[in-house]
Design a binder for this molecule. Structure first.
Ligand code: SF4
Length: 294
């Protein structure tokens, strides 16, 4: 069996930036450091950060001052204001792509559009976007949810940064059927797009794909779903411990990719795990990550 690695896999610009900011903050901090929720959606990295003194919490109740790092998904402005009132020092690691999605939603709302966000309603990034998108903003999971929208003369559309271009285009074409005016900002981030394109390109040439990343990572889940939708078996695993020999039964080529919040060292461990479990050979094609790290 041969192992191939997707050309774009693992940490994106926004996650690398958030981690750099977090490490710097931890080096210089004199007070406790918190994040509301996990800094990035990868449990193994969050554990490493915990060792540096960065603690994820669900809310700030009961905590006295400290540093609050805003994670790459961003936060609603009202939550940031509350934290400031409680004397927390704010360190903003919101990804610029997420900020852009918030700004576009805010602009559309100010211009009188009913804002629709394509994304996962309970995802922290989407909650942040909705918080600045006006009182009548809605979230849809896909084009099938359009029938549940309130009638509106003008609809403004933005996307959670990790959605697929395919899904976004489908929503635009369906929205046109229910209203006279649609203004859409494609706020899908380029890192997400590049990872999706690389995964799909690789999936065409292999018998199965291993997608590495947090089970709570929206962009990793989407990578696996996109590949599965093309009829290629794709296994979403968090660590090499989840590899199963059965994945590779009858497989002669396996592709590996990782979500935007998946560290290189975890992808490397999975490649090693596949090698061990199946005596597979790493092909030497698309080996940017291997060259860098092994
Ligand atoms: S996936 Fe995109 S939006 Fe999310 S943190 Fe990475 S660069 Fe930013």
């Amino acid at each position: 069996m041969e192992i191939y690695l997707a050309k774009n896999a693992g940490f994106c610009f926004g996650v690398e930036r958030a981690l750099r900011i977090a490490h710097e903050t931890a080096r210089n901090a004199k007070t406790p450091i918190y994040t509301l929720g996990q800094l990035i959606h990868n449990p193994q990295v969050v554990e490493e950060l915990r060792k540096e003194g960065i603690t994820p919490v669900e809310h700030l109740d009961g905590l006295k001052e400290g540093i609050l790092i805003i994670r790459s998904h961003g936060l609603p402005p009202s939550v940031i204001e509350q934290a400031k009132k409680r004397n927390f020092t704010i360190v903003d690691a919101t990804c610029p792509f997420v900020k852009q999605a918030q700004e576009k939603a805010c602009l559309l709302s100010k211009e009188g559009y009913q804002v629709v966000v394509l994304g996962e309603r309970e995802h922290p990034e989407v909650r942040g976007i909705l918080s600045v998108a006006g009182h009548n903003a809605s979230c849809i999971n896909n084009h099938n949810d359009i029938k549940n929208l309130m009638p509106s003369k003008k609809i403004g559309l933005v996307s959670q940064t990790t959605q697929s271009v395919e899904g976004f285009s489908r929503v635009v074409s369906e929205l046109i059927k229910i209203t006279r005016e649609v203004r859409a900002f494609n706020t899908i981030c380029t890192s997400t797009q590049m990872r999706q394109e690389a995964a799909l390109k690789l999936a065409r040439d292999v018998d199965c794909m291993i997608v590495v990343g947090g089970k709570n990572s929206a962009n990793t889940k989407r990578l696996a779903t996109l590949v599965q939708n093309r009829g290629i078996p794709a296994y979403h695993i968090e660590t090499e411990m989840e590899l199963n020999k059965d994945f590779f039964s009858g497989v002669s080529k396996v592709g590996i990719t990782g979500g935007a919040s998946t560290p290189d060292w975890m992808i490397r461990r999975v490649i090693e795990g596949v090698r061990k479990i199946s005596s597979a050979v790493f092909t030497g094609e698309e080996i940017d990550l291997m060259k860098k790290n092994i």
